[in-house]
Structures are given as structure tokens and as C-alpha cells.
Design a protein around this ligand. Structure first.
Ligand code: XCC
Length: 626
């Protein structure tokens, strides 16, 4: 099929081209259309110089020094306003990840008390390891007793008033000492987020550097706190991921099945949807309705959660959620929290699709709300799946259009799985890094953003890295982009430089390792900490780098901040709203090196972005003498 340039320039994904063409034929609007209508985007907002933190304003600072206001009504300069806005983004992102972690801790608590409706403790080895980390006795105790103590201890991390977060102590001692020295070793997760909201209130913290330091502190509480809690407790409850094969892209929808898209983030919901969809009585009901079965597929980070634990196919990343509805083949789109477009409601009304919200924290126009709770989890999940089955009869066959595109992938490389693939120790990886077969490790993560041709930033950057012998670990929407183009197959080693190719072929792994959802960037931190500890150096000494080529969410800002705070140079592919303050820009891209041993760079060209990362790795290799 040939498509016009207007379609081709929006994405590199052929499934997206077909669906955008379909949307045009049907006269339907998508995120790309709304983006175009928004242009030109607000210049003050882009620079980060508008302030709505009090009602004397809104204020906006002129970008021209000789013209227009240089201070807000309270006297705040561009530096202050930009720094305040930036750290409020960090607060939003850290809150989202950490609340996800809190929900997992809550589920573990209920499960330990025997009050949850269908959850169990699946990974006792990880439970025991975490208990040891928290100093919880395990001898002669049941898994429920241990889990109860662990859940309480983890829960307490959120509201802790003093003292460090337990998981931050996984970082090398030098890193912890540096955090301590700079006053950014976080206390309770909630406390650091609240403090951002306090400090950015009118008339409180008016020192840009002091504001940014608090932003870093809260972000560390996210990465080494809330997100790490989310990852670790998910593994205890649902199992630690191991390599598994599956498929990705919209072609995983099936014309002859009841299709359920699980979209959002928290596995607490999606695990139960899967359990219900496997219930023989419900499968029989689907068959009685004329379907061949129930086909659950994932979207965004929920997709990452269920593909890596169960091999459930992934329908697409952030920019594809509306396109899934436009296939006309989705009987229910079930959502919980984060990255769910409110546009879905209107779109579902054009089709038979039932849009079902489940979280008391996230309601949507046009959605049916079926409130989920952990106590009655399985029975609510059965009702939700049942409602998708009932809706199958309403599907209009003439409206169904499913693109053929889907690609095989190998996913589920948790830190534990990586060590297992290496034969039980990190040594083969360390040796490959020392010999130069692996030049460095890159964490490439983050969202999609209509400012960038969909998936081009992700795939372009990752291809350039592996070609240059950089092993890539990935999560979130980058992971989905890589899966869709075949980069997560062992065969993709053919596209890697000769050193990386040899390592991947010897181990039978892809050059791009799927480590999970966005909270699972904590897995990348854990691996970096383990490598640094094994070499007796700080994370900032390692030949590693991070990138978020198409980022857009506040969570991504928090992620970027904690990755840099952990000592990892990070390249952003879309420009953050900070350029209105040359001083804040300088702090983030230069001075941060003196504070945390790493900084940000912004590079919208993915190949050049990869080049910056590779140059950084080479510099670190030289300093290490390897
Ligand atoms: Fe959302 Fe997690 Fe970004 Fe994708 S990568 S758009 S945050 S789904 Ni997390």
C-alpha cells in the first residue's frame, strides 16, 4: 500500500501508516491531528517561563532582555520560575511511580493477611532476599509472616520522616556518600514530594540551585524508592520475569477472538484480568458467543508487565492506543492509571468498544467505571472480562480493520535473568566490557511524543548504539518500539558490531534486552550498582549512559533526574521546558557533573544522540584504563 507523505512522516511503523489512513477514511481524529492543531505551541511554556503558582498572576517572563517583564509580580526571575516548574514536573512523575509502588505494597499486605481476592506470593526466593535486606527474620516463618513484615516495612518507607530509604543502600558507598554530602539522600518518599510542593509555593524557596537539589532528592526517592518498590514487590507477587518469546504490534489483535486490551501500568489489575480470561467458564462463554477464544493483549507499560511475565502479546506503545480502537476489533479497553488518553472515550463511541476504567484515581469521559479493589480482585476481573464477552456480539464486522503487522520478540530480562543468562555471575559481562567486546551499556527508555516521528527516535538511536558494540537495556515505550522492529530477537545480533554480536551469539540473547515497564528502570539501577560494586567504583565511573529519545511525561522528567543523580549521563531527544533560564540549563547540562558526577544533554537527532553516549563511554573507559 502506498501512503501519502503526511502519513509517512508521522511514524516509521507500517501498522501506524495503515491505521492513520484508515482514520482519515473514517474522518477520525488522533493525537497527531490534535498536535498539529496546537501548533505553534506556546513559546512561554516551551521555555518554562510562565508561572501559575499564585493568583497575582499568571505571570510570564519575556525571553528578550531589553523588552517586556523580566520578573513575575512577586519578583521571581526566569531562573526561579523555570526551576520551580521543572521540579513540580519531577514531583508529578515521582508521585505517579511511587503511588504505583504503594499499591503493590498494599496488595502484598492484604495477601499476607489473607485478605486479597486471588493474589499469592509467587517468588519466595525474592521475598527472602528482600526480607534480608530489610533485616526481617525468615527462619522458621511462613511466607505470609515474612511478607507481612516486609509489606509493613516497605509501606513505612513512604511516610518515613527521618533516615534513608532501604533500597538506596544498594548504590555504591561512594554514591551514597555523595548524596549525603549534597543533602540529597532522600527520606520518606512522600516527604520529598510534599517538600517540592511546599518549596514551590509562592514566597518559599527562591534559589534555583536549591530548588533543583530538592528535585534531585525527590527523584532519587522515586528511582531507588517508589519505583524499586513497585518492581520488587511485583516480582514477589507475580514472579520475577524470565526470558520468554512473544509478539508485538497491532497485528496481535485477532478478528475471530474477543479482544481485550489491557492498558495503563499496574500489574495488580492486569494479572487478574489474565487470570479471569483463562477461566474455562469464561472461555466457554466466549465460544458460545461465536468467538474462537479470548485474546488479551497489552498496551504501554501494562503491555510490558504482562508480556515479560506471561508472554502476552503487546499491541503497541503510547501513540498507538487510539489506533487500537480504530481497528474496530477491540471489545474492551481496560485501563487503570497513567498514559491513558482522555480522547479514548469519544473514539470508543464511534465503535462498539467498551472503555472500562477501574481505578478510583483515574476516571475518563465516555468510560464505564468498574471500580477495582484487591479484596475482590478476581471476581471483579471476571465481571470486567464478562462485559467484554457480552460486547463481542456488538462488533460490526464491516468496521474491523486489523493491520497484519506483528513481530516476534524475546523479552523478560530481569537482573536475575541476565545473571542467569551469564551463567550465574556478572563476570562474563565484566570481562566483555573490559575486553571492549561490549563498549558500554545504554539504558534507552521513555515515551512517544508527536514532536518526533513515531518510533524513529527510539529505533534510530538504538540501532546506532548496537552497531557500535553498545549493549542496550530498555523499558517502557522504547522497549515496545524495539520489539516491533525485531531488535529484541537473538537474530538482531547480526545488526550489532562484531564484539557485541559475538557476545550475544555466545549467550543466545538479543543485543537489546527488555527489562520491563518504566518502574523497572529500577532494574537498570540495580544492575549498574552491582557492576559498579563488583569493580569497586562508583556508577559515574562506568561506561554507561541513558537516553529518552521521545520522552513526554512528567514521569520521564523524574526518571531523567534520578538517572543523572545516580551518576549516569543522559541524552534527551525532546527539549525540556528549561531554556528560558540559561542558568538552570547550565546547571542541568554542566554543573550537575560536580554535584552528582553526571549531567544531561539534549540532542534531537538520534544518531548524534547515540554519538554523544558512545563518546561518553569511551571517556569513561579511558579513565578506568580499559
Ligand atoms: Fe507512558 Fe509507561 Fe512514557 Fe510510555 S514510557 S508513554 S510514561 S507508558 Ni513509561
Amino acid at each position: 500500500m502506498a501512503f501519502n507523505d503526511k502519513i509517512l512522516e508521522k511514524s516509521i511503523d507500517p501498522a501506524v501508516h495503515q491505521m492513520l489512513d484508515r482514520a482519515d477514511q473514517l474522518g477520525m481524529e488522533t493525537v497527531w491531528d490534535r498536535y498539529e492543531k496546537m501548533l505553534p505551541e506556546c513559546g512561554f511554556g516551551e521555555l518554562g517561563v510562565c508561572c501559575r503558582n499564585c493568583n497575582m498572576g499568571p505571570c510570564r517572563i519575556s525571553p528578550f532582555e531589553d523588552e517586556g517583564p523580566q520578573r513575575g509580580i512577586c519578583g521571581a526571575t526566569a531562573d526561579i520560575i523555570v526551576a520551580r516548574n521543572l521540579i513540580r514536573m519531577i514531583a508529578g512523575g515521582a508521585a505517579a511511580h511511587s503511588d504505583h509502588g504503594r499499591d503493590l505494597a498494599h496488595t502484598l499486605l492484604l495477601t499476607a493477611e489473607g485478605k486479597s481476592g486471588g493474589y499469592e506470593i509467587r517468588d519466595e526466593t525474592k521475598l527472602a532476599a528482600l526480607a534480608e535486606e530489610y533485616g526481617i527474620p525468615t527462619a522458621d516463618r511462613s511466607k505470609e509472616e515474612i511478607a507481612l513484615d516486609l509489606a509493613r516495612a516497605v509501606y513505612a518507607e513512604f511516610g518515613k520522616q527521618e533516615g534513608p530509604l532501604q533500597f538506596t543502600r544498594r548504590a555504591p558507598q561512594q554514591r551514597v556518600d555523595q548524596w549525603h554530602k549534597m543533602g540529597i539522600d532522600p527520606r520518606g518518599i512522600d516527604r520529598e514530594i510534599v517538600e517540592i510542593m511546599h518549596r514551590t509555593h509562592i514566597g518559599v524557596d527562591n534559589d534555583a540551585v536549591n530548588l533543583i537539589l530538592q528535585g534531585l532528592k525527590a527523584s532519587i526517592a522515586d528511582g531507588w524508592g517508589g519505583s524499586m518498590v513497585a518492581t520488587e514487590i511485583s516480582d514477589v507477587l507475580f514472579g520475577t520475569p524470565e526470558p520468554v518469546r512473544s509478539e508485538a504490534n497491532l497485528g496481535v489483535l485477532k478478528a475471530d477472538h474477543v479482544n481485550i486490551v489491557a492498558h495503563g501500568h499496574e500489574p495488580v489489575l492486569s494479572e487478574m484480568i489474565l487470570a479471569a480470561a483463562g477461566d474455562p467458564a469464561l472461555v466457554a462463554r466466549a465460544e458460545a458467543a461465536g468467538a474462537k477464544g479470548i485474546n488479551v493483549v497489552g498496551m504501554c507499560c501494562t503491555g510490558n508487565e504482562i508480556i515479560m511475565r506471561h508472554g502476552i502479546p503487546m499491541a503497541g506503545n503510547f501513540m498507538q492506543q487510539e489506533l487500537a480502537i480504530i481497528t474496530g476489533a477491540v471489545d474492551a479497553m481496560i485501563v487503570d492509571v497513567q498514559c491513558i488518553m482522555p480522547a479514548l472515550g469519544d473514539l470508543c463511541e464511534c465503535f462498539h468498544t467498551r472503555f472500562i476504567s477501574t481505578s478510583p484515581k483515574a476516571k475518563f469521559p465516555g468510560a464505564v467505571h468498574k471500580q477495582f479493589n484487591e479484596e475482590d480482585a478476581l471476581s471483579i476481573a471476571r465481571e470486567i472480562v464478562g462485559s467484554a464477552l457480552d460486547n463481542y456480539a456488538n462488533r460490526v464486522p464491516e468496521k474491523v480493520f486489523i493491520p497484519d503487522e506483528k513481530t516476534a520478540c524475546m523479552v523478560g530480562f530481569s537482573a536475575e535473568a541476565i545473571i542467569k543468562a551469564l551463567g550465574g555471575t556478572l563476570d562474563p559481562l565484566l570481562d566483555a566490557i573490559k575486553s571492549g567486546a561490549i563498549r558500554g551499556i545504554a539504558g534507552v527508555v521513555g515515551c512517544n511524543n508527536p514532536k518526533i516521528r513515531h518510533d524513529e527516535g527510539h529505533v534510530g538511536l538504538v540501532r546506532e548504539l548496537i552497531k557500535n558494540d553498545v549493549l542496550v537495556v530498555t523499558t517502557g515505550c522504547n522497549a515496545i518500539a524495539c520489539a516491533k522492529v525485531g531488535l529484541m530477537l537473538p537474530e538482531a545480533a547480526e545488526d550489532a558490531g562484531s564484539g557485541l554480536k559475538g557476545v550475544c551469539q555466545a549467550l543466545g540473547v538479543p543485543p537489546v534486552l527488555h527489562m520491563g515497564s518504566c518502574v523497572d528502570i529500577s532494574r537498570i539501577l540495580t544492575v549498574c550498582a552491582a557492576v559498579a560494586n563488583a569493580l569497586g567504583v562508583d556508577i559515574s565511573d562506568l561506561p554507561v549512559a541513558g537516553a529518552a529519545p521521545e520522552w513526554m511525561s512528567e514521569k520521564a522528567v523524574s526518571i531523567g533526574a534520578y538517572v543523572v543523580s545516580s551518576g549516569i549521563f543522559t541524552v534527551l531527544g525532546t527539549v525540556p521546558p528549561v531554556l528560558g533560564s540559561p542558568m538552570v540549563t547550565e546547571v542541568l547540562t554542566q554543573a550537575a557533573n560536580d554535584v552528582v558526577g553526571a549531567a544531561f544533554a539534549v540532542e534531537t537527532d538520534p544518531v548524534k544522540g547515540a554519538g554523544l553516549m558512545i563518546a561518553h563511554m569511551d571517556e569513561k573507559r579511558k579513565a578506568l584504563g580499559i
